[in-house]
Design a protein around this ligand. Structure first.
Ligand SMILES: [Fe+2]
Ligand SMILES: [Fe+2]
Length: 298
């Protein structure tokens, strides 16, 4: 936890970017280039705290449940040992990203972990209950693979631009990158064990659930992205007259090929897409991830 401890001790430099601009949705809108530098940077910093929230939510709500459930499903001994390490890693990450957000915005995160991510109580309870039964709902492991492979991309982009980014952000995401390399390998080992043991009807049902979840929460900007823009406007009230324009531009991103390519592509998530190719149930993922084309269709 040395990385997290250092991140906590280091005051954040809000004259720096927190993430590369290419990792934020507004950067793909037509109006972005015309914004003042200080407006772009403030948006970047708020969006970066939302990215931390997404990681925190994923690891806090899903990863531990899924990994614990997999251990109860009786995996081979070597995989079980990896799962125990996996759980320890994710617990450390939860603490690390929570602390980073408290450094970014002490008042906003003093008594809560989530400012932008919001899942209604009943939906959160259903998700939590299902994630504790990964043998019945193995789509959670597919989701972990997709998200963790994408985290590697984020980490590499951050390393590439580290000179212009806030140092605590770089340190935390580099530490995350180091662990996620192992996690992606373990996700694949879990799928190699679990997916062939899943009946064909259950595989299809899981693929449908997976497609819905990705389309609803992990693809085009929706509710949380709008909340980030609204928080940005609240911080920069001179932007208030343009609120509707920003909202419209965000909505229009769902039609933008370059934006989709910035989220998921064969460069960003090559292993996940290769696994989609090998499992017929995932051919229709292209409907929610336009960056994916089944191998035979390219
Ligand atoms: Fe993690
Ligand atoms: Fe992870």
């Amino acid at each position: 936890m040395s990385g997290a401890a250092r991140a906590t001790a280091t005051p954040l430099d809000d004259t720096r970017w927190f993430l590369p601009e290419s990792l934020s949705p507004l950067a793909y809108t037509r109006i972005y280039a015309g914004l003042a530098l200080e407006h772009r940077r403030r948006y970047n910093q708020l969006h970066a705290t939302y990215v931390n929230e997404q990681i925190l939510f994923f690891e806090q709500t899903l990863a531990e449940n899924v990994l614990g459930g997999l251990r109860r499903a009786g995996p081979p001994a070597a995989l079980d040992a990896s799962l125990a390490r996996f759980i320890d890693d994710e617990r450390a990450h939860i603490a690390m990203f929570r602390e980073l957000n408290r450094c970014c915005a002490p008042a906003a995160y003093a008594t809560r972990d989530y400012r932008f991510v919001a899942l209604p109580g009943p939906a959160a309870r259903v998700l939590a209950a299902a994630s504790r039964r990964p043998a019945r709902f193995p789509f959670f492991v597919w989701l972990m693979l997709l998200m963790e492979e994408r985290a590697l991309h984020y980490g590499r982009e951050i390393v590439q631009r580290r000179g212009e980014l806030e140092p605590a952000f770089v340190e935390t995401h580099v530490r995350h990158l180091r662990d996620e390399v192992h996690h992606v390998r373990w996700d694949e080992e879990i799928l190699d064990w679990l997916w062939p043991r899943t009946s064909r009807p259950l595989r299809w049902a899981n693929a449908v659930l997976f497609r819905w979840l990705v389309g609803e929460f992990f693809s085009v900007p929706r509710r949380a992205a709008v909340r980030v823009v609204d928080a940005w406007i609240a911080a920069c009230p001179e932007l208030t007259p343009r609120r509707e324009v920003f909202h419209r531009e965000l909505r229009e991103l769902r039609q933008r090929t370059d934006f989709h390519a910035s989220l998921y592509s064969r460069t960003i998530v090559p292993r996940t897409f290769a696994r989609f190719d090998g499992a017929r149930e995932f051919a229709f993922m292209c409907r929610v991830l336009p960056g994916y084309r089944p191998a035979g269709a390219r």
